[in-house]
Design a protein around this ligand. Structure first.
Ligand code: ADE
Ligand code: ZN
Length: 337
């Protein structure tokens, strides 16, 4: 349709994509076999690609998804594996009209399995350079710290020489915070302060399943300029916090299909898109973990459009805000605009 063509043609930037969340069941089975990594035998969902895909349509909550997410990424071992993973994502992003990507990855989930940091980053960087030269897609990497693990493990990872080296050489330009919202963001303030002092960009998942209060906590204690998800801001009643997000020019990286699949909301109509627009809260629209949620960024744009019937002008505002709040150079932003 005409609407679909309009959404497809919008120059997209994606701010909230976990590269490990782009691991399709097809690539999982291929890598598990190549690397001789056994898949769980006590869960019949792992019997086949088809049964796993079916299980992915039945997540009950964030933790139910994360359980699969962490098991599946165990199949990622070599530099080539990480390159294939990211390349899969970039080729799909290209067909969805994405021009620039700011992607997350989870160092701790790989380091803890004995995968070297350089293996991860070199593999992702190989795909990033190919994406830039062959697809015209620029990208940046943000390392996420895992909130379900004790904070001292995040601190040890952050301080390790190889992690610091990749911040200093510009391979990794930001820090984020993700996984279960069981611990308050405050506990990660040491990392975020240090990261800020060396010029890294800062973001954190907050208010996905957890309360709006976690957004305030991330702003107060982590000094973030973006909030990932943040939908509770539009669901819990807190006008002062809403005003603060607007006044401080914070961008929310909203993932509407993810919110439905992980049952953070009962239906996409409950994602507070209209409320954010009316209140002047800036946001981008993103896929989060597209291979698990069966929706890449254009699917997410279309789902939003079907429910909220935004005007062309509103989509153009979303696009402009997304570009302006990107972490790329001013030159790249003006190319994108
Ligand atoms: N890691 C990958 N996807 C995530 C999500 N939706 N929320 C928190 N942590 C995540
Ligand atoms: Zn996420």
């Amino acid at each position: 349709s005409e609407q679909h063509a309009f959404l497809a043609a919008l120059p997209k930037v994606e701010h909230h994509i976990h590269l490990e969340g782009a691991l399709s069941p097809e690539l999982l089975f291929k890598l598990a076999e190549k690397n001789q990594i056994p898949l769980p035998t006590d869960d019949p969902s792992f019997a086949s690609i088809e049964s796993l895909k079916l299980r992915y349509t039945r997540f009950t909550c964030l933790d139910d998804f994360l359980n699969y997410y962490y098991i599946c990424m165990n199949a990622l071992i070599t530099e080539d594996d990480f390159e294939m993973l990211a390349w899969d994502y970039f080729t799909r992003a290209k067909s969805d009209g994405v021009h620039h990507v700011e992607a997350f990855f989870d160092p701790q989930a790989h380091l803890s399995r004995g995968v070297a940091y350089a293996t991860i980053v070199d593999g992702l960087n190989a795909a990033r350079s190919r994406a830039e030269s062959e697809l015209g897609i620029t990208s940046l990497l943000t390392s996420c710290y895992l909130r379900h693990l004790p904070v001292h493990e995040s601190v040890a990872t952050f301080k390790s020489p190889e992690v610091q080296e990749h911040y200093k050489n510009g391979s990794v330009i930001g820090v984020g915070l993700c996984s279960s919202e069981n611990n308050p963001p405050t506990l990660w303030s040491e990392i975020f302060q240090e990261a800020s002092s060396i010029g890294l960009k800062l973001t954190a998942h907050a208010g996905e399943e957890g309360p709006a209060e976690y957004l305030a906590n991330a702003l107060d204690h982590l000094g973030v300029t973006r909030i990932d998800h943040g939908i509770r801001l539009g669901l819990d009643h807190d006008p002062d916090l809403m005003k603060r997000v607007v006044d401080n020019n914070i961008l929310l990286t909203v993932c509407p299909v993810s919110n439905v699949v992980l049952r953070c909301v009962p239906h996409i109509s409950h994602v507070p898109i209209r409320k954010f627009i009316d209140a002047g809260v800036k946001f981008s629209v993103n896929s989060d973990d597209p291979a698990y949620f069966g929706a890449y960024i254009l699917d997410c744009f279309c789902a939003v459009q079907e429910t909220f019937d935004l005007s062309r002008k509103e989509w153009e505002t979303i696009t402009t805000n997304s570009i302006e709040h990107s972490w790329c150079s001013a030159d790249r932003k003006s190319d994108l605009l």
